[in-house]
Design a protein around this ligand. Structure first.
Ligand code: C5P
Length: 448
């Protein structure tokens, strides 16, 4: 208990610790204050945060649905307006009438309901919500969300809304650990969908493990934290991500194995800390978090120009892209034909975007990435000084399962008078840790 107190409120439910769960080396889920007194005092400090907030509570079909009536009452005690949408499976566990009584509003269950469409149909509900909380969220509903299904009212609302979506998973521990559930959950997190829980403990099925829905008051506290300004509120962050492609001829290019996963994860973490994030992205097959504008670029020159056009506005610049260092001097206008046994390509350096930003008269707080195979910290320190960076995060490449095009990484982060090792973990967890370090150093610099 109390572990969460030294972690930023927004992050306490997304930092991974505790026992291994598929997909996360550091496993487990959430850290929260579940002892009653802490919850109460924590809550007293935040009395007005949910007042008049329009919360759409989605209830899906799990046994934890019996706690939803209590959840509605707790939310209303905080002054929130609550409207309830139930899946048909949820109505097997708790009646719409119960939720109508506690919410004081008609409960919505049908997608194709002519009466509802005339009054509060799916589009109106999607627009009305300031936040959508799905509690309990079953494995089936996580899968639906992760694949954009819209075959019932709740999933349709989730597609039609711009409001943040928060899920509170609840299921048997094996279902939670199933590879498919973990993959869906990771997919949702990468889109910026927030998760509260699940907690560990005794389950309705009689087993013990991770999969319990959080208690209503813990969910209320989670929501309160979401509405609080994060430590990077009002801070503008520009992030480069992915590879660049340097054309040789109309069909060939020089590039690298970067997937963009690290840069996109850093965008998720910076946004969760309250920053206004802009991504400049090379060609990747990733979806940016909701609310993060993406400037798509192709080659290093495009990326340089896009960054330079934005950077004056920015407070923090994080160069996570794997920019090609060289490009062909000449671009062949026709496909090069096979002729000799050898072909020589003349290459020239691409602009060093990171160095150019750090050399500006008033540079933002500038963070570089580096991939090295050996002597990580020596090379990192050298690069930090040479490029006049505020911070550099180095990862070791050449180890199977780490770095380029993988879901995991390990980072050595250093700055002028300090360093920290972030051991092997999912890129998303590392991104949260990195943003925490950047926030501390950035705030310290801002004070001087
Ligand atoms: O010098 P090196 O290429 O190892 O530096 C890596 C860092 O520099 C990364 O942060 C990368 O995004 C950035 N970089 C850049 N422009 C280049 C090459 C690298 O911004 N042309």
């Amino acid at each position: 208990m109390g572990i969460a107190s030294n972690i930023h409120p927004l992050w306490y439910f997304t930092v991974f610790r505790d026992p291994p769960v598929h997909g996360y080396k550091n496993g487990g889920m959430l850290l929260y204050h579940s002892d009653f007194r802490t919850t109460l005092s924590f809550n007293n400090m935040n009395l007005n945060i949910l007042t008049d907030k329009r919360i759409l509570l989605g209830i899906t079909g799990g046994i934890a649905a019996y706690k939803s009536a209590e959840l509605v009452r707790r939310l209303r005690e905080q002054g929130a307006q609550v409207r309830v949408v139930m899946t048909s499976a949820a109505t097997e566990f708790i009646t719409p009438l119960t939720l109508q009584v506690v919410s004081g509003q008609r409960v919505h269950t049908e997608l194709l309901d002519s009466e509802a469409e005339a009054a509060m149909g799916h589009i109106e509900l999607a627009r009305w919500a300031e936040v959508i909380l799905i509690a309990p969220a079953t494995a089936d509903f996580l899968a639906k969300l992760a694949y954009g299904h819209a075959n019932d009212l709740l999933s349709t609302i989730c597609l039609a809304t711009v409001a943040p979506i928060i899920v509170a998973p609840a299921m048997n521990r094996q279902m939670w650990q199933a590879k498919s559930t973990q993959a869906n959950y990771m997919r949702l997190q990468n889109w910026g969908i927030h998760c509260l829980g699940p907690a560990a403990g005794l389950q309705a099925c009689g087993e013990t493990g991770v999969g319990r829905m959080l208690e209503p008051m813990e969910l209320v506290n989670g929501l309160i934290n979401l509405f609080k300004p994060g430590p990077l509120a009002g801070v503008k962050v520009l992030i480069t991500a992915g590879p660049t492609r340097e054309d040789i001829d109309p069909v060939r290019f020089i590039s690298n194995r970067s997937s963009g996963k690290m840069g996109y994860a850093v965008a998720v973490a910076a946004q969760a800390a309250g920053a206004a994030v802009t991504l400049v992205s090379g060609p990747v097959s990733l979806t940016a978090p909701v609310g993060v504008p993406v400037i798509s670029v192709y080659n290093a020159q495009d990326m340089f120009e896009a960054v330079m056009a934005q950077v004056d506005e920015m407070d923090i610049f994080i160069a996570a892209a794997a920019v090609a260092d060289y490009r062909p001097v000449q671009l062949a206008t026709h496909k090069l034909k096979k002729q000799e046994s050898q072909l020589q390509l003349m290459l020239e350096r691409t602009p060093d975007i990171l160095a150019a930003v750090a050399a500006l008269p008033q540079p933002p707080f500038t963070v570089g990435f580096a991939a090295e195979t050996n002597n990580l910290l020596d090379y990192a320190r050298d690069k930090l000084q040479r490029k006049k960076l505020d911070m550099i995060a180095t990862n070791q490449v050449g180890i199977t399962g780490l770095g380029f095009d993988s879901d995991e990484n390990a980072l050595s982060v250093c700055w002028v008078d300090g360093s920290v090792e972030l051991p092997r973990n999912s890129k998303l967890s590392l991104a949260y840790q990195l943003i925490e370090i950047i926030t501390q150093r950035y705030q310290r610099r801002a004070k001087f």
